[in-house]
Design a protein around this ligand. Structure first.
Ligand code: PLP
Length: 231
């Protein structure tokens, strides 16, 4: 069993990295939220990060979410992975932000379960910016139409977009994909309504968060750089 003493300093390094990327981009570090992605790491790792002041955590599987969220109920819990409709009910009472809305069927279920627990749930539309078929998400050219089909779901609030760049070493390619998402975010933001507002642009992970911040990310999802390499 590895210890957890590495987590607080690693968290501080990521925070410093975010501040540095913001400074380089002429942005304020307050504009960027750090979500610590705790998937595959045990509850003790979450506790160590929380003790070091980390507020936002992300999980990509509902089962793990259910194990860890009740142990840190004061934290803000994000669901960042593909979400099956039959699992929405387990996260509806507690989830802070869903990053992976990509179908009408899922939107209807989120709306239904949110209503049952008297909540309006904040969601990001996941956009497939890398055009890799194994990654979920709505095709960039259909996002506006997709959002238009969600207007009749009052317990759902669309707060922005989420995207993952291609898994490549080519930082220019990654930057291009993030830039594409940022443009879409700006375009859609010009047509904001009460229930559709472009406030959160979720892009950037351990390997590319500095690039994402340079391209306008307002939320980075960082796992291994904080918790260590996943096995
Ligand atoms: C795992 C995961 C992350 C974090 O990845 P790291 O490379 O460990 O920082 C971010 N976003 C999503 C959607 C993930 O599944």
């Amino acid at each position: 069993m590895p210890g957890y003493a590495h987590i607080a300093p690693a968290l501080a390094r990521v925070q410093a990295g975010i501040a540095e990327a913001c400074l380089a981009a002429g942005r304020s570090p307050n504009e960027v939220t750090l979500v610590a992605v705790s998937k595959t790491y045990p509850p003790e790792a979450v506790a160590a990060a929380a003790a070091a002041g980390q507020l936002h955590f992300g999980e990509n599987r509902v089962q793990e979410y259910q194990q860890k969220q009740p142990l840190q109920p004061q934290a803000h819990w994000h669901l960042i992975g593909s979400l099956q409709t039959n699992k929405v009910k387990y996260i509806a009472p507690s989830v802070y932000l869903i990053h992976s809305l990509d179908s009408r069927k899922l939107a209807e279920e989120i709306n239904r379960r949110a209503e049952q627990v008297n909540r309006t749930l904040d969601c990001l539309i996941q956009v497939n910016i890398s055009a890799e078929t194994q990654k979920g998400g709505v095709a960039p050219e259909t996002v506006a139409d997709f959002i238009a089909t969600l207007q009749d779901l009052p317990h759902l609030r669309i707060c922005g977009l989420m995207g993952m760049a291609e898994f490549t070493e080519d930082l220019r390619r990654i930057a291009g994909q993030f830039r594409h998402l940022r443009k879409l975010f700006d375009t859609l933001g010009a047509h904001a309504t009460d229930r559709v507002q472009m406030q959160t642009l979720s892009m950037g992970m351990s390997g590319d968060y500095a690039v994402a911040i340079a391209e306008g990310s307002t939320l980075v999802r960082v796992g291994s750089a904080i918790f260590g390499t996943r096995t």
